[in-house]
Write a protein that binds this ligand. Structure first.
Ligand code: C2O
Ligand code: CU
Length: 478
């Protein structure tokens, strides 16, 4: 049970098998051929929905979702296929859909006012693009994100490899964190100034695939590919699978040399994804906790792995789990130009002044306008602004990013994946490809990529209250 951060008196274990309740409804309209390629069509209806976050025996929470519940339908297709999604807006406010981590054409990126006009209530918008990379991605609105994602608008988007590694089950766990009132309804405190200037909105209920799951059943000997997606506004996770040794095979959808997570903790900042291979090495009837220890003063059990009586096989598979590489351009570090990106602000920081809408102001003046953060001295107000950088198409770049704050920030770049090449000056072990990189307080992280996707792309913190609080900028690739 995990009323994270809440009192342990509310422990209420349901005999509930996440495997069964977590089945996502997939609603393809069928496929059809378009100029030889296959076109996969989906419809997403953004609307208010009752969400049984606390299980079927307690009243549902009034949430927003794509279709019938939270999360939205899982969109699953094959690498190289073309996806067409018709989005209908039945919300009481404008919206857009962003395809997080997918390298789409700029006009399909779903950033209001920057790449498209927002979709008005009652209107529709059609997104259509090819998916170049296999991996674990997700979709969510990019308009009033703290509120819209916070109310439950998100879903998984899975792109399958032509030849995926052999596993017995391929599952998605979409993690989310909700702030509920005593009446078990959403606390509508989105973009609260205190959250905005500190760690973002941390909640009191953690769900997996929209349900407060307390158990997950495993069969002895089975191999599971677990695709973890952090859809929370602000909560970071550090998952420990007690009694198990999961192998990380992909980060943010991109293949990585298979490895055990550092210190046995699978760390996910908001918007980040980790693909794990989990071998069920336990014995019939055994139980093992999956613990979240990110906030050292508030560890809790996310759920328990519960072993079935019947083994699937005597010993786990030992077939290879390395994923085939995606077609990403390799940055040329010898020729790459370096640009510094400095993140500043927040409580207990050193920021003395930054520019908002052309006017320099101090922290108190920023706070009175609902802002607390700056990128290279500029506080973002809305999605359209002067690019912080203009990059030449096809050239390699290093962004030397500096977290000059007392807070963690998962920094996301749209339209590209980048290699994380150095942390605090030290080369990284795996030179991992990411689209969202977690920066610890005061950390320096260098990323490298080829600016090969033309357009205007957001670079922002994915703690959604930090994003609306100004921690956002635009990079132009021309
Ligand atoms: Cu997941 Cu700019 O967003
Ligand atoms: Cu942040």
């Amino acid at each position: 049970m995990h009323e994270a951060g809440g009192s342990s008196s509310c422990i209420d274990r349901r005999a509930f098998l996440a495997g069964a309740a977590a089945v996502l409804v997939l609603r393809p309209f069928g496929t059809m051929a378009s100029s030889g390629d296959s076109l996969r069509r989906f419809e997403l209806v953004a609307q208010p929905v009752p969400a049984p976050l606390l299980g079927r025996v307690r009243p549902p929470v009034a949430a927003w979702g794509y279709g019938a519940g939270v999360p939205g339908p899982e969109i699953r297709l094959r690498q190289g296929e073309r996806l067409r999604v018709e989005v209908a807006n039945r919300l009481p406010q404008e919206t857009t859909v962003h395809w997080h981590g997918l390298r789409v054409p700029n006009a399909m990126d779903g950033v209001p006012h920057l790449t498209q006009p927002p979709i008005a209530p009652g209107e529709r918008f059609i997104y259509e693009f090819e998916v170049p990379d296999a991996g674990t991605f997700w979709y969510h609105p990019h308009h009033r994100s703290a509120e819209q994602v916070g109310r439950g608008l998100y879903g998984a988007l899975i792109v399958e490899e032509p030849e995926p590694p052999v596993v017995d089950r391929d599952l998605v766990w979409m993690l989310d964190d909700w702030r509920l009132t005593k009446q078990d309804q959403l606390s509508e405190t989105f973009d609260h100034p205190h959250d905005m200037s500190h760690a973002g909105q941390l909640g009191n209920l953690v769900t997996i695939n929209g349900v407060d799951s307390s158990a997950f059943s495993l069969r002895p000997g089975e191999r599971v590919r677990l695709r973890l997606i952090n859809a929370a506004n602000a909560r970071l996770f550090a998952l420990q699978f007690t009694g198990h040794q999961p192998t990380v095979i992909a980060l943010d959808g991109q293949p990585v040399t298979p490895h055990e997570p550092a210190d046995g903790r699978v760390v996910l900042g908001p918007a980040m994804r980790v693909d794990l291979v989990l071998d069920a090495v336990g014995k019939p009837g055994q139980r093992y906790a999956v613990r979240d220890t990110f906030y050292p003063r508030q560890p809790y059990d996310l759920l328990e792995l519960i072993y079935d009586a019947k083994p699937l096989r005597e010993r786990p598979l030992d077939t290879p789990v390395q994923l085939p590489a995606n077609p990403l351009a390799e940055p040329d570090l010898g020729r790459a130009k370096t640009h510094e990106i400095r993140f500043e602000g927040g409580m207990m920081g050193r920021l003395s002044s930054a520019t908002l809408n052309g006017r320099p102001m101090n922290m108190r003046q920023m706070m009175s306008r609902g802002k607390a953060w700056a990128v290279n001295g500029v506080v973002a107000d809305g999605h359209t602004h002067e690019p912080v950088l203009t990059l030449e198409r096809g050239h390699s770049y290093v962004l030397a990013m500096r977290n000059d704050t007392r807070w963690h920030h998962p920094i996301h770049l749209h339209g590209h994946s980048f290699r994380v090449i150095r942390r605090n000056g030290q080369p990284t072990r795996h030179r991992e490809w990411q689209d969202t990189v977690l920066m610890a307080p005061d950390e320096a992280v260098d990323i490298a990529f080829v600016a090969d996707n033309p357009g205007v792309w957001m670079l922002h913190c994915h703690i959604l209250e930090h994003q609306s609080g100004g921690m956002m900028s635009v990079i132009r690739v021309a």
